[in-house]
Design a protein around this ligand. Structure first.
Ligand code: SF4
Ligand code: SF4
Length: 144
């Protein structure tokens, strides 16, 4: 079982993610999955530790390998962890899809940090693949 504080944090995070998704309703992403090829796209995917915990819990599966150009939750063009994907996945849009809002990203990230602080989750923010791997290595990430 998740600790009560973490459960509460997950609920708050889900609500926040729903808000981000609603605010992106006008984007025209065709879900091609190309922006999940980080190096090709010229970016990296960072996340908070709380988001990594949530992603692992929601995905219900061990991740594949993360590299500098691939996400361990991508299969073909599909995201295998769509319900748990982190803010960086939700807030990023290529120019063709309508563009990225760095303001939305920064404001939401500040809120996520507040949720993590309240729940007593480490404030770590870093490369998603490294975070996910460390969770599995430490066996902190249990699938619920
Ligand atoms: S944001 Fe752009 S690159 Fe990323 S999945 Fe959507 S259409 Fe493809
Ligand atoms: S979690 Fe899903 S949306 Fe995010 S980078 Fe991986 S495959 Fe792409």
């Amino acid at each position: 079982m998740l600790a009560d504080a973490l459960k509460t944090a997950f609920r708050s995070l889900e609500e926040l993610y729903r808000r981000v998704d609603r605010s992106s309703a006008d984007k025209s992403c065709r879900a091609c999955g190309m922006c999940c090829h980080f190096k090709d796209f010229g970016h990296r995917l960072y996340a908070t530790r709380l988001e990594a915990l949530f992603l692992v819990a929601k995905s219900g599966r061990p991740p594949g390998e993360f590299t500098e150009n691939s996400c361990g939750y991508q299969e073909g063009s599909h995201c295998l962890a769509r319900g748990g994907r982190v803010l960086g996945c939700r807030a990023f849009f290529c120019g063709e899809a309508g563009g990225h809002s760095s303001d939305l990203h920064e404001e939401t990230l500040a809120e996520i940090r507040g949720i993590a602080r309240e729940a007593g989750v480490d404030a770590e923010y870093g490369d998603l693949g490294v975070l996910i791997q460390s969770l599995w290595d430490a066996q902190e990430a249990k699938v619920h």
